[in-house]
Design a protein around this ligand. Structure first.
Ligand SMILES: Nc1ncnc2c1ncn2[C@@H]1O[C@H](COP(=O)(O)OP(=O)(O)OP(=O)(O)O)[C@@H](O)[C@H]1O
Ligand SMILES: [Mg+2]
Length: 180
């Protein structure tokens, strides 16, 4: 009962955050450092599932104006999805950053079963879930967070091989690159 209640509370919290207004608290953030922290936080969970977690930071320092709490939440949702997709068979997850076409990117790649092309449009819709007990709000939230930042989220997937989600953050003039 207690567990049910707390599960319901989690669902409600997610929903309220999704429906309510998102106030961004933007700060210049080193996203290479951010992915290192996320990897550290996530690695016990990955190890339990025999998933190799690799961090691939960009060569140059990438400082982006963003709400770190919300962007971390979005990336964690992607990492959790990747882990859940790979199940107990283990696999590999890569967490990377890059600077391309005037934007900063954060990428989460897994070697799970992939997503059939017919459904890739639908996975971002609220309440779309193929999991028992899944809320289907994880990706909807992640997309919302990126939109609030003036960015977007894209996915490429190859069934049988894996999936790559990319967070695209627009270059924020002054502090994308730190002074040398
Ligand atoms: N890395 C992935 N590999 C394969 N399928 C994925 C991946 N990420 C998301 N999906 C698919 O997209 C659906 C929606 O994901 P989303 O995170 O929005 O909700 P969920 O994970 O099902 O539920 P919750 O986030 O509440 O646990 C998933 O149910 C799954 O079918
Ligand atoms: Mg999810």
């Amino acid at each position: 009962m207690q567990r049910e209640t707390s599960r319901l509370k989690d669902i409600l919290d997610d929903f309220l955050r999704y429906a309510g207004k998102l106030e961004l608290d933007r700060q210049p953030t080193d996203i290479n450092q951010m992915i290192e922290e996320l990897a550290d936080f996530f690695s016990p969970q990955a190890q339990l599932q025999r998933v190799q977690l690799r961090v691939r930071p960009s060569g140059e320092k990438l400082i982006v104006s963003l709400d770190a709490r919300l962007i971390k939440q979005a990336v964690l949702n992607l990492m959790l999805n990747g882990l859940q997709a790979m199940g107990s068979d283990g696999g590999e997850m890569i967490l990377g950053t890059a600077r391309e076409n005037g934007e900063a990117r954060i990428e989460v790649i897994d070697t799970g079963p992939g997503i059939p092309s017919e459904v890739t449009e639908r996975i971002f819709q609220a309440y779309y879930s193929t999991k028992q007990g899944g809320t289907g709000l994880g990706l909807a939230m992640a997309r919302r967070i990126l939109h609030e930042h003036g960015g977007r989220i894209t996915v490429t997937s190859e069934p049988g091989k894996g999936t790559a989600f990319t967070l695209h953050l627009p270059e924020s003039t002054n502090w994308l690159r730190s002074p040398v």
